[in-house]
Structure formats: structure tokens, C-alpha cells
Design a protein around this ligand. Structure first.
Ligand SMILES: [Zn+2]
Length: 153
């Protein structure tokens, strides 16, 4: 398999060797999701996803992995962000109701605020999670779109 290494500033095969030694199965999946939560590249683990608070790098500076594979790729991250927000708000409101019995107004104020602020704070992590999630099922994402699906040599 031939891959261009022109985007990788590091010489050698360090990240490839690390990828070869990666765990398999569920431990691998959990490790990839954890990398996403920690805003790390799913392939090499380098902390290279974001260049500013909101803007992502186009590629990983270490292994050259292209993060946004196609237009609209991060739509899945919006679903993750929404799902995590909804589950946390639901569980949180049930827990609060069970232990402290706040008024309906207090509950609404709290959880409307939560549902406004949390998705903004979780935005980067949801993108990292989406990348990790996608990498679990399609590690071939390492290849460029025109190379994907071609038989391995
Ligand atoms: Zn990388």
C-alpha cells in the first residue's frame, strides 16, 4: 500500500509502528473514542485536531490524516452533541427531581441554560468523538477519497 507522506513533518514510521501495535476489538474502540474525547487524532493519537477553539486543522500534523473527509462530514458530530446533551439533561433532571424536588420553573431555568451552554462547550469533543467513532468502523479513512475502495496491493 502506497501512501503519500508529504503532509507528515516527521521522518520515519513512528506513528505507523504505533498504529500496528494498537489494541483490537472493544479495547481498540474505547481507545479510539477516548482519543476523540481528548481531541487527539484517531490514527496516531497526536493532539492535532484543532488550531483554534473552533477551527480544525485540515490534516493531522503528524500522520497526515485528513479530518474532514467530505463536505458535511461532521454532521454526525451534531447528532453526537445533541444526543449527549439530551441524555445528560434527562438524567440530570430526573436525578434532581428525585433528590431535591425543585419547582418546575427551577428545573426549566436550569436545563434550558444547560442545553444552551453545554453543546457549545462540547462542540470540539463531539467532533473528536465522531472522528474516533468513524475510525472504528472505517480505518480505511486514512486514504484519500479517490484512493478509497481500491484493492490493496
Ligand atoms: Zn494523526
Amino acid at each position: 500500500m502506497h501512501e503519500s507522506n508529504e503532509h507528515s513533518p516527521l521522518a520515519g514510521e513512528t506513528w505507523r509502528e504505533a498504529a500496528r501495535q494498537q489494541k483490537r476489538g472493544i479495547p481498540r474502540a474505547l481507545a479510539l473514542l477516548w482519543r476523540g474525547v481528548c481531541l487527539r487524532c484517531p490514527r496516531c493519537g497526536a493532539r492535532t485536531l484543532f488550531r483554534t477553539w473552533l477551527a480544525m486543522h485540515e490534516r493531522c500534523a503528524l500522520c497526515g490524516l485528513r479530518f474532514e473527509r467530505e463536505q458535511g462530514y461532521f454532521l454526525g458530530a451534531i447528532y453526537i452533541n445533541y444526543g449527549v446533551t439530551a441524555v445528560l439533561a434527562l438524567l440530570g433532571s430526573f436525578a434532581l427531581e428525585y433528590w431535591t424536588r425543585p419547582t418546575l420553573t427551577q428545573q426549566l431555568m436550569l436545563w434550558i441554560g444547560f442545553c444552551t451552554i453545554f453543546p457549545v462547550l462540547f462542540f470540539r469533543h463531539s467532533r473528536g468523538l465522531w472522528l474516533g467513532f468513524d475510525f472504528i468502523f472505517d480505518p480505511d479513512m486514512a486514504a484519500e477519497p479517490q484512493q478509497r475502495g481500491t484493492p490493496r496491493r
